[in-house]
Design a binder for this molecule. Sequence first.
Ligand SMILES: CC(C)(COP(=O)(O)OP(=O)(O)OC[C@H]1O[C@@H](n2cnc3c(N)ncnc32)[C@H](O)[C@@H]1OP(=O)(O)O)[C@@H](O)C(=O)NCCC(=O)NCCS
Length: 197
Amino acid sequence: MDSAYRLPEEFFTEWFLVRRVQPSDGEAIFAGWATDPQVTKYLTWRPHTDLSQTQEAAERSNREWEGGSTFPAVICRRDVPSELVGRIDARLVGPRVSYGWLVRKDHWGQGVATEVVHWAIDHALSHPMIYRTEAACDVMNVASARVMEKAGKRCFGGIFSIQTCRTNQGTLSCTPKFAETVSGSTAGRLHGRSFRP
Ligand SMILES: CC(C)(COP(=O)(O)OP(=O)(O)OC[C@H]1O[C@@H](n2cnc3c(N)ncnc32)[C@H](O)[C@@H]1OP(=O)(O)O)[C@@H](O)C(=O)NCCC(=O)NCCS
């Protein structure tokens, strides 16, 4: 029987080292993005005002990994691994993997999210028990929606549809974008049919 999907504790993309959040990352996360109102504008948590909040969050993220269903990871520069430039969280929901992501503001628009998200979805969809990857964002969050749109186009059967969530800018009535990517062969196996035309 196949073992459950897990994000690797450490992996490399072309430009980045992505690894499990460590309790010692608190200070770098606080300095990098946790207090930034622009980075947190469309997130579901408020900017931190005190280092202790970020340290506690980093410890919690590190512990969550043990549960085998939530994999919070930081994105570091390959050439300067001590420099944290963002974060990706993968959550296992049955046969699906759901993502959250952010990038430090001074690295926006340089392809960080695209590169790391593509690696993550390729990895997830190559696992025999995963047939879908997904993410949600506020409808006003055009940058994140674009990351999702590109991820959706990447895989055969990519879909772009709508769901709802609550962010710092929205209320329960806000309508975010939602992207999903479906692995044709795996989904076909699971549903007893082929998605290929
Ligand atoms: C969303 C976010 C992670 C994107 O990260 P990034 O590394 O800057 O994204 P990329 O550089 O890979 O760009 C992805 C695409 O979005 C586009 N894009 C980036 N910023 C944009 C903006 N402000 N407006 C419109 N498009 C934008 C890029 O041009 C690119 O599209 P292209 O390849 O067609 O040119 C980053 O903006 C961020 O951290 N935002 C705050 C946190 C957040 O909202 N996270 C998502 C919660 S769902």
